[in-house]
Write a protein that binds this ligand. Structure first.
Ligand SMILES: Cc1ncc(COP(=O)(O)O)c(C=O)c1O
Length: 391
């Protein structure tokens, strides 16, 4: 087993750039890494630059003073604190629904909610590029599991109306696809679900704080009513600088899931500082709308720089930029070059993405300045000269 892992992942290689320890991570976009000095962070999902925000830190510290650092119990028994209730009410207000329910991770929120909404005689339908936590939840549910071609609405309709789609029908999609950065066609997915009586669940891991003029997510982006989605899922670990996940929707939904989801019932509640940090972060997003505006400006700026350099970033219109280099070794060499030149950007190889589409994946945040993005571009272009052009 050990030998196999080492063959797959050359962890003793000094150029191995995964699992690096970051020594210091402040509010900006520069980090100290592994004794190698300061690097420009282009691989973080801190889309609004909220990590280390004084108000959020203070909220976490106050929660430690009041509750300590752990919950020592699952939510249904001794683990529910006032701060969990406040956080869930805050998420529900942010997403304009009746209620919300938090989990110890976004992974669990997807995995476990799907598995308790559909079962053996039902059908669950996903986009081909949905996140692994959705796929794993579908498998766990034992429902008939169908995947439609990425963002292909005709294929989705065929899957929903197929005679083989029996029982309850649940459609699950990412709002923003985490490897490609493009956005699901929500108006059409929602219309098809309503027309054919399917439930719709949307994962907003990369959409909260990013999509919509005020960062409220995908409904705001498309100008749709809040009830166009039945189950709104999100994480507290990306724009929100904490850990955990949630689902939001009707009171009935949250009550049902809180008594059916094994990840909710059998896993300890969110630690108090994590819950309090998340609670304050939703307030900060609404109180500091200039952060969302800065993010959108940076996304447009970086997209224009990549386009003028002739680099493809697929159909991304969000803060995730997949810069395609094809073979794994090429993306790997590009990533190594960038890391050696103090730009923290990761190569994404197969099997995380389809064979032949290995990429560098840059994430732009509100904490970057145009000058930071220029530095990143310059290093990528140098890397192309040294790595790709010479291959
Ligand atoms: C689209 C998507 N959904 C769910 C998750 C899981 O969230 P968490 O890291 O909070 O468990 C991720 C995390 O990478 C994600 O990208």
């Amino acid at each position: 087993m050990t030998r196999n892992l080492k063959t797959l992942w050359p962890i003793d290689d000094p150029n191995y750039f995964y699992l690096q320890a970051i020594e210091e991570y402040g509010a900006g976009c520069h980090v100290k890494v592994n004794g190698r000095g300061e690097m420009l962070m282009m691989g973080s999902y801190s889309y609004l630059g909220l990590n280390g925000h004084p108000r959020i830190n203070q909220s976490a510290q106050a929660a430690i003073d009041r509750y300590g650092t752990g919950t020592h119990g699952v939510r249904l028994l001794s683990g529910t604190l006032e701060v969990h209730r406040q956080l869930e009410a805050r998420i529900a207000a942010f997403k304009q629904v009746e209620a919300a329910l938090t989990f110890s991770s976004g992974y669990f929120a997807n995995f476990s909610t799907i598995a308790c909404l559909v079962g053996r005689h039902d059908t669950v339908i996903c986009d081909k590029l949905d996140h692994a936590s959705i796929v794993d939840g579908c498998r766990l549910s034992q429902a008939r599991f169908v995947r439609f071609h990425h963002n292909d609405m005709e294929h989705l309709e065929r899957c929903i109306t197929s005679p083989e789609a029996t029982g309850r029908k649940l459609v699950v999609v990412d709002a923003v696809f985490s490897m490609d950065g493009d956005i699901i066609n929500l108006p059409e997915v929602s219309r098809l679900c309503r027309k054919h009586g399917a439930w719709l669940m949307v994962d907003e891991a990369h959409s909260i704080g990013v999509l919509g003029k005020t960062g409220h997510g995908i409904e705001e982006h498309f100008g749709l009513a809040p009830d166009c989605i039945d189950i709104k899922m999100g994480t507290l670990s990306k724009t929100i600088p904490s850990v955990g996940g949630y689902i939001a929707g009707t009171r009935e939904l949250c009550r049902y899931v809180s008594h059916e989801s094994r990840a909710f019932i059998y896993s300890a509640a969110l630690p108090p500082p994590a819950a309090a940090a998340a609670l304050a972060a939703f307030d900060v997003i609404e109180d500091e709308p200039e952060r969302v505006a800065r993010l959108h400006d940076n996304v447009a700026y970086f997209a224009a720089r990549l386009t003028s350099a002739g680099l493809s970033f697929l159909d991304s219109t969000t803060a995730i930029f997949p810069i395609i280099f094809g073979e794994d070794y090429r993306a790997w060499d590009m990533g190594t070059y960038c890391q050696m030149h103090n730009v923290y950007i990761q190569a994404i190889p197969y099997p995380i993405v389809p064979k032949g589409t290995a990429r560098l994946r840059a994430a732009v945040t509100a904490a970057h300045s145009h000058a930071d993005l220029d530095v990143c571009m310059a290093v990528i272009q140098d890397a192309i000269k040294h790595v790709v052009a010479r291959a």
